[in-house]
Every structure is written in C-alpha cells, then in structure tokens.
Design a binder for this molecule. Structure first.
Ligand code: DC
Length: 222
C-alpha cells in the first residue's frame, strides 16, 4: 500500500521547499496541490472568465484537461490540455487568481479525484491547505507545518530583499497576517489543522533542521 503524508499549513511556513527535500530523501513524490489551483486560474484568465462560481466556469471545467506528471528529476509538471504550464503559473497575477478561484466549490470538487489518484499510485508528500482534512483524511501521517507570523514575514522579507526589491518589514508582516485571516476564514475548505495532525513549528528551526524534523516525524508515524 502506498504511504501518504498530508502536509498542510499557512503560506510562508516553508512547506514546499522543506517537503521537496524530505520527499527526495525518503524516495516519495512531492505533490504541490497549489499548482493545480494556479492552473485552473490560468485557464479561466485565458478565457476571461471571472474567478467566481458561474455556469461559464463549470463549462470550462468540463472542457479542459489537467494532468500532473513528473520529469526525470522527479519534479512536478502540470499540463493544461497537454501544454506544460509549470512555469507560467508562478507569477503574482497567477497567485492572485489561484487564491480567488480556490474558493469556488466546483473547482475544489473538480481537483479532488486528481489529487486522490496521485496518492493511490505513489508514496506522496502532498502539500496544500486541506489535504489532511478533506483530500486524504486517511493519510498515514498528517503534519501541520507552521511558524509565527513574524518568523514567516522575516523569511519572506529576506527573500524579497535578496531579489533586490524595496520592501518594508511591517508591510510584509501585515500581508502575512491578512493572508492568514483570509485563508482561515473562507467558507469553503478553510485552512485548519486536522485533529489528528502533528504540529511542526519551524519558528526556531533553520531550513536543514526543519527538513530533519519532518523526516523524523514521517519515519516515526508512517
Ligand atoms: O500553495 P500556493 O500558494 O501555490 O497555492 C495557490 C492558492 O491555492 C492559494 O491561494 C491557496 C490555494 N490552495 C488551496 O486552496 N488548497 C490547496 N490544497 C492548495 C492551494
């Protein structure tokens, strides 16, 4: 039987980079479910469809094809009607569109089977917001990865400064706090910790320590 690790948590806790490294070390596949929401957002914006519930959006879902696959480096590739969109879904516009469209119930329902099928055929670490609660409620290991808003804002601030951007720490922190509020208060699939999840707080851990911690939690609980 394949092993599933559900990894949920707020934006900026380091989920994707930590999970990618842990998956590699364990020989599991890392599944980034945010990329699927980003791909649906891209499909809608290409058709000028608003990211809200509508007949037009449902018709679009019935007519597109989204596939998840992996390249020879085990990196996830998302295909929209056969086109590799893995790169173009990473823009700030795509993030905004994904955030809005992920609140539409028919979009979440559409992506459910795709996510579940990945876990049937591979050992996975699946990264998202509702993996332990909705997508894989029977996952052998459920981890809720978090850090204080200040620690997450500090990391994001450093990343932006390294990219040469002129940013103010207080603005970045406010952004993190606002996003947390939106993610935890939306009506459908709000970010919340599964009751049977193990909380890993990375506030006082650096990247390598966080990876080690995740690997040891998975080994102890799988
Ligand atoms: O993790 P990310 O930033 O790539 O996710 C993009 C958006 O999709 C984000 O606003 C949250 C949403 N999302 C979700 O609602 N459920 C998931 N399982 C994964 C992402």
């Amino acid at each position: 039987m394949s092993i599933a690790v559900a990894l949920d948590g707020p934006a900026g806790a380091g989920k994707s980079s930590i999970a990618k490294r842990a998956a590699k070390a364990l020989g599991y596949i890392y599944v980034d479910t945010g990329a699927l929401y980003r791909t649906i957002g891209l499909a809608a914006s290409r058709r000028n469809i608003e990211p809200v519930a509508s007949a037009a959006l449902d018709e679009m879902l019935a007519s597109i094809r989204v596939d998840l696959t992996f390249n020879d480096k085990e990196e996830q590739i998302v295909l929209l009607d056969g086109e590799d969109v893995s790169g173009i879904i990473r823009t700030p516009e795509a993030s905004m569109m994904a955030s809005k469209i992920s609140a539409v119930p028919s979009v979440r329902a559409y992506l459910l089977d795709l996510q579940r099928n990945m876990a049937k055929t591979h050992h996975v670490i699946m990264d998202g917001r509702d993996i332990g609660t909705v997508v894989l409620p029977d996952a052998q290991v459920k981890i809720f990865l978090t850090a204080t808003p200040e620690a997450r804002a500090e990391r994001r601030y450093k990343e932006l400064v390294e990219k040469g951007m002129d940013v103010n720490f207080e603005d970045v922190l406010q952004d993190v706090i606002t996003r947390d509020y939106q993610d935890t208060h939306r009506d459908i699939a709000p970010l919340k910790q599964a009751e049977d999840s193990i909380v890993v707080d990375t506030t006082k851990l650096d990247f390598e320590q966080s990876v080690e911690k995740i690997i040891s939690v998975i080994k102890e609980n799988r």
